[in-house]
Ligand binder design. Structure first.
Ligand SMILES: NC(=O)c1ccc[n+]([C@@H]2O[C@H](COP(=O)([O-])OP(=O)(O)OC[C@H]3O[C@@H](n4cnc5c(N)ncnc54)[C@H](OP(=O)(O)O)[C@@H]3O)[C@@H](O)[C@H]2O)c1
Length: 296
């Protein structure tokens, strides 16, 4: 086994840690991972449309380039790229499959026979939200296109063995460049659901958690400590940062385009003890980081 849990004929030399390919480093979660990993490891990060300093351009649909990059001697390929907005996936299931499922197939083909491990970021949306909490042992039953594509990508990866799926809940915080979470609070009013419950995880905690878990294989959950409604989360972030928006409680889908959402998503793990920080701790850190919504 190499140090990152993949069978290997060789042992990676002791040194500064794994050589990492971070797909989707320009995104919200990928940016948070980049901030933590790039100063500590040899990381190549990619972007598709949002260029950022130090990142290389890659379109997941360019399969030749994706395969060549993945096979370039990395220890870990952390896959945080794809079509993430739920409504966009619901509106175009073929595109969602093309960006969320097919690249995993290409990556697995490219990595087969090497010691490199694929770490796929997946989502709590693989569950239907009818249980009080979900562990890694619970059966999946996605209710939307996005969740179905994430489950399909997981299946590909798990069939291969030796790789890792990390399921995340709603992520909140400030990224170094993409800020899809704070962008939700950028309008004068912010409708927020009182009937959707989550255990959101704070962005800066994901990189350190991932680095403690990436030697594992199979499926792992990494959830936030506190269980709140979307309305409570948005209200507390608004107050913490004193953002110029009014968070308005709403129930049920507000727009035609909105896709089915699981009502209660609380990720818990039976395979490790890591949890994201409590909301109070996370909000104190977010406030200290700076004020105001970022760009999307
Ligand atoms: N955000 C959450 O709350 C959350 C929760 C659970 C799981 N996740 C998972 O975390 C991962 C990242 O999500 P995110 O919120 O960071 O999404 P995001 O901000 O939309 O970032 C998506 C990333 O994918 C890249 N990308 C999109 N289309 C691409 C293409 N055709 N070729 C190459 N790259 C492409 C984007 O590049 P450009 O921006 O440069 O175009 C960006 O780097 C996803 O796997 C998602 O399922 C996120």
């Amino acid at each position: 086994m190499n140090r990152y849990g993949r069978p290997s004929g060789w042992e990676a030399p002791a040194g500064p840690g794994p050589r990492i390919l971070l797909l989707g480093a320009s995104g919200f979660v990928g940016g948070g991972l980049w901030s933590h990993l790039a100063p500590r490891h040899a990381v190549v990060g990619t972007y598709a449309t949002r260029a950022a300093p130090g990142l290389v351009r890659l379109d997941l649909r360019d399969e030749t380039r994706l395969a060549a990059l993945a096979a370039d001697g990395f220890d870990l390929v952390v896959h945080a790229a794809g079509l993430v907005p739920l409504e966009a996936a619901e509106a175009d299931p073929a595109l969602a499959r093309l960006l969320n499922v097919r690249p995993v197939e290409v990556l697995l083909d490219a990595l087969r026979g090497s010691a490199a491990k694929l770490v796929l970021l997946s989502s709590d949306n693989v569950f239907d939200g009818t249980r009080p909490r979900y562990t890694e042992a619970d059966p999946r039953s996605p209710v939307n296109v996005y969740g179905r594509t994430k489950a399909a990508a997981e299946d590909l990866l798990l069939a291969e063995g030796g790789h890792l799926v990390v399921r995340l809940p709603l992520v909140f915080g400030r990224g170094p460049w993409a800020n899809t979470f704070l962008a939700r609070l950028a309008a004068p009013t912010t409708p927020a659901r009182t009937d959707l419950v989550c255990a959101p995880v704070y962005l800066p905690s994901i990189g350190p958690a991932l680095a403690r878990l990436w030697h594992r294989t199979g499926v792992l959950h990494y959830g936030g400590a506190d269980v709140v409604t979307r309305f409570e989360l948005m209200s507390r972030v608004q107050r913490a940062l004193d953002l110029p928006t009014r968070v308005v409680p709403v129930r049920g889908p507000q727009a035609h385009a909105e896709c089915p959402r699981p009502p209660r998503l609380v990720l818990r793990s039976t395979r490790h003890r890591l949890l994201g920080p409590a909301l109070d701790t996370a909000l104190a850190h977010l406030t200290a980081q700076g004020r105001g919504p970022g760009t999307s």
